[in-house]
Design a protein around this ligand. Structure first.
Ligand code: PXP
Length: 259
């Protein structure tokens, strides 16, 4: 029987929603700030998530430093911190001690991480960072495109884990030829990683449709999925949310529910 693939739930976009309303909120005013990413993470864990992933971006557009600290203190599974390989982020991660970090490229203009890290052009620097994390008991994963050059670099860096970028595959999904090419590229990459003892994770653009095929990629340890799960939560939660508000209007209740 094939080994079960773990699910890391990326909750960044729950805080995109919070920041849309409460960006300038001061914690001292006692206002209810929602949604609380800790509540979101705990609900995800109760539903079976094997880990919680957050990306602390340089511009703090969604997840804030305090969110990561609170998640570290509260979640029961594993905390995976996606971050740029910068001195500021490395120091933050060493202080907070997530279970794992995933080093990603970061450009301010992008809406979400668009391509893999070019590890091949930063071997020395990434080897030093990985060594620091390994010494601190933090597992380092590199977010890479499924290319042999990048896998060779991960080996040179001594990274124990690669998260393969599934964005090109997901974008090609409705083009049969391109999709098959991208799928085979991912399969070759995870085989190559396994051959040199590197664990393969995957993420970006995985959804409720392409998951049926993604699970056939060999040697996968964990998938990190965010956007499609948050979208589904909105879709399936909207009915109950509206019913609850209608009930409260009818009942004339004014006390807000605890988040
Ligand atoms: N893995 C990494 C490294 C990411 O940067 C992201 C977000 O772009 C994801 C996984 C999750 O991607 P998605 O939100 O498309 O599921």
């Amino acid at each position: 029987m094939k080994k079960a693939i773990l699910l890391g739930v990326n909750i960044d976009h729950s805080t995109t929603l919070r920041q849309a309303r409460y960006r300038n909120y001061s914690r001292t005013c006692g206002q209810m700030v929602e949604p609380d990413p800790v509540a979101v993470a705990l609900a995800a864990e109760q539903a079976g998530a094997d880990g919680i992933t957050v990306h602390l971006r340089e511009d703090r557009r969604h997840i804030q430093d305090r969110d990561v600290i609170r998640l570290r203190e509260t979640i029961q599974t594993r905390l995976n911190l996606e971050m740029a390989a910068t001195p500021e982020m490395v120091n933050f991660a060493l202080a907070v001690k997530p279970d794992s970090v995933c080093l990603v490229p970061e450009r301010r203009e992008e809406v979400s991480t668009e391509g893999g890290l070019d590890a091949a052009s930063r071997i020395e620097e990434l080897r030093d960072i990985t060594a620091k994390f390994t010494a601190a008991g933090i597992i380092t994963s590199l977010f890479l495109d499924p290319d042999q050059k990048q896998i060779d670099a991960a080996q040179a860096i001594a990274a124990p884990v690669i998260e393969f970028h599934t964005g090109s595959y997901a974008n090609a999904y409705y083009d049969t030829v391109a999709r098959s090419r991208e799928f085979r590229r991912l399969c070759r990459a995870t085989e190559a990683a396994a051959n040199v003892g590197i664990t393969s994770n995957a993420g970006h653009g995985i959804n409720y449709v392409n998951i049926a095929e993604v699970v056939d990629i060999p040697h996968l340890h964990e998938l990190n999925i965010g956007h499609s799960i948050l979208c589904r939560a909105v879709l399936f939660g909207i009915g109950e949310a509206v019913r609850e508000m209608k009930r409260r209007i009818r009942a004339g209740l004014t006390t807000p529910p605890r988040p």
